[in-house]
Design a binder for this molecule. Structure first.
Ligand code: HEM
Length: 162
């Protein structure tokens, strides 16, 4: 009893369909797995201090791009105002990392953090004066100093991600 060519082509057809279905199921599974878990979604800052730093960062990034451009000094001064507001707010907070510091050293640690922010605010004041005087070369240097202050502040006071 030989199978008819018609039967063969039906078999081939249903195999193709099965393969297609398997492929679709695999693709769907892959897609589902690739989705982030609901609470692993892009997280914002965890703390009030983190939120202030985030806003400060947004203004600082724009400022860095345009600080040399004297035609944008009015706009740059507005960014500097935001940076100051957020730095002043940040000073009122306590870094997360303070909890990892031995209790006996914690107050001194927080005082040192506050001094770090004060130094940043001093640079912000000088930057404001430079921009008002249309001294863009001076302003550029101050922005570089702020970036150094950021690095030093983060090295000492920002908790490393675990
Ligand atoms: C131009 C200057 C600075 C910029 C642009 C900046 C930017 C940032 C950014 C983007 C974060 C992460 C926020 C988040 O999403 O959680 C952060 C966190 C942090 N920054 Fe800054 N930062 C600056 C200066 C400083 C200085 C001078 C200090 C300390 C003296 C400091 C201390 C911290 C700390 C402690 C955190 C972690 C937040 C927490 O512990 O809750 N930053 N900063």
């Amino acid at each position: 009893m030989s199978e008819s060519p018609n039967h063969n082509s039906v078999c081939l057809f249903s195999m193709k369909r099965m393969l297609l279905a398997a492929f679709a199921a695999t693709a769907l599974a892959g897609f589902i797995i690739a989705q982030p878990a609901p609470n692993a979604e892009k997280k914002g800052p965890e703390t009030q201090l983190g939120q202030s730093m985030d806003k400060l960062n947004g203004a600082f990034r724009t400022l860095r791009r345009q600080v040399a451009d004297a035609s944008k000094n009015a706009e740059s001064l507005a960014l500097v105002a935001t940076i100051r507001t957020e730095a002043v707010a940040a000073k009122k907070e306590i870094p997360l990392k303070a909890a990892d510091i031995p209790a006996a050293e914690r107050t001194a640690y927080v005082t040192k953090y506050q001094k770090g922010i004060d130094d940043l605010v001093t640079l912000i004041g000088r930057l404001e004066l430079a921009l008002k005087a249309n001294d863009n070369a001076g302003a550029e240097k101050l922005v570089a100093d702020m970036a150094s202050a950021q690095k030093a502040g983060h090295d000492e006071f920002r908790k490393k991600k675990s």
